[in-house]
Design a protein around this ligand. Structure first.
Ligand code: NDP
Length: 343
């Protein structure tokens, strides 16, 4: 007998300042009956994403809808089809989709995310939400299409030990970068950047002003900046970029919430003087690159040229805490919530 209800994480109220555990709760909600073309999916892993922070607010504009108090959160997830009214996606198929932050979901078979079904024989399930998923794809798009990394480039990545950053550093090297530099919070993450993710050097953004770090790590300048954080680090990168340098504006971790927002960009004259290109992007506009990305990333994984790292938190009841931890830098690689300890 198929499940009739599911536990979901709901937003209680919009956060006043930084989000807190009391802003979230878990509720039991009914599941609709399956119609033709629909699937009942039991979620196994849920993606925890920085973009959720902005979606908690009422005013922040996002590329998808904002969350509403009293309603469930959502986000990318990977699950197994338990019941199907779609012959092409039978029970037992593993699929990625957008109805995470709940244990079970009813969705249209056509709503499975990106490539939809995934092959667990090719890579472990968590990897399909991380290095082979949207975050790895974001790194690939930013480097290949937005910043157009070229052999011999010096590439700087911020939030370099995170999901996108750890992929970006490794991909940059494989795309021919001569030097790959990263910034991250704390000495342990910086050590990991060099030891595990193949960065040439790393700087701790919590311990050293960004401009000093870049003067030390890249006295001759950088060609590409893959920006995950904005603020002071972006300003420092504008100074460090060589003429003709390129910036992939991927995200602005430092700009969430009160204090960070005051750290505006005040050095754009650098972009004029050095003929820089600064280009923002949203990964979902670049789906045409996904087959190429999946082929290359799967090859790199198989050959051991890249490492996929995840930070996994267990249980729906710990999901909100996982989001708070991500925002505070508590993750290495992709932050995930596991809903089935055996998966
Ligand atoms: P991460 O795994 O990188 O986690 C976020 C990290 O940000 C934390 O671990 C923390 O690392 C760092 N951080 C938090 N606060 C600050 C701060 N004030 N200054 C500097 N660093 C901070 O997340 P993702 O890899 O999922 O996402 C990385 C970026 O990519 C985000 O900005 C996200 O919004 C963006 N993104 C953009 C997409 C697009 O289409 N453009 C798609 C997907 C993601 P540390 O401990 O090192 O400080």
């Amino acid at each position: 007998m198929a499940a009739r209800t599911t536990r979901v994480v709901c937003l209680v109220r919009r956060p006043a300042g930084e989000p807190a555990p009391g802003d979230f709760t878990i509720e039991e909600r009914p599941l609709p009956a399956l119609n033709a073309g629909q699937l009942l999916v039991r979620n196994l892993y849920m993606s925890v994403d920085p973009s959720m922070r902005g979606r908690l607010e009422s005013t922040e504009k996002h590329y998808t809808h904002n969350f509403t108090p009293g309603s469930p959160l959502d986000g990318r997830a990977l699950g197994v089809v338990e019941d199907s009214r779609c012959a092409a996606v039978p029970a037992g198929t593993f699929v990625r989709h957008q109805l995470g932050w709940r244990e079970r979901a009813v969705l249209d078979a056509g709503d499975t995310d990106g490539a939809g079904r995934i092959d667990p024989g090719l890579a472990p399930l968590p990897t399909w939400l991380g290095l082979l998923g949207q975050t790895g794809f974001t790194a690939y798009v930013g480097l290949t299409r937005i910043a157009a990394v070229r052999p011999g480039d010096t590439v700087l990545v911020s939030a370099a030990a995170g999901a996108v950053g750890s992929a970006a550093g490794q991909f940059a090297r494989l795309l021919g970068a001569r030097r790959v530099l990263g910034t991250a919070g704390g000495p342990d993450k910086c050590a990991l950047l060099v030891k595990e993710f193949g960065y040439d050097a790393a700087a701790d953004h919590r311990a050293e002003p960004a401009r000093d770090a870049l003067a030390r790590l890249a006295p001759d300048g950088i060609d590409v900046y893959f920006d995950n954080v904005g603020g002071e680090q972006l300003v420092a990168a504008l100074h460090a970029l060589r003429p003709g340098g390129r910036v992939a504006l991927c995200g602005m971790m430092s700009q969430f919430g009160g204090e960070g927002r005051s750290a505006g960009i005040n050095q754009l004259m650098q972009a004029v003087l050095k003929r820089l290109t600064l280009r923002g992007f949203i990964v979902r506009d670049h789906e045409d690159l996904r087959p190429e990305f999946e082929r290359r990333a799967a090859d790199w994984l198989r050959s051991g040229e890249v490492t996929a790292r995840e930070t996994v938190v267990d249980g729906l009841e710990n999901a909100a805490q996982a989001l708070l931890s991500l925002l505070a830098g508590g993750n290495v690689g992709k932050m995930l919530v596991r809903l089935d300890g055996k998966a």
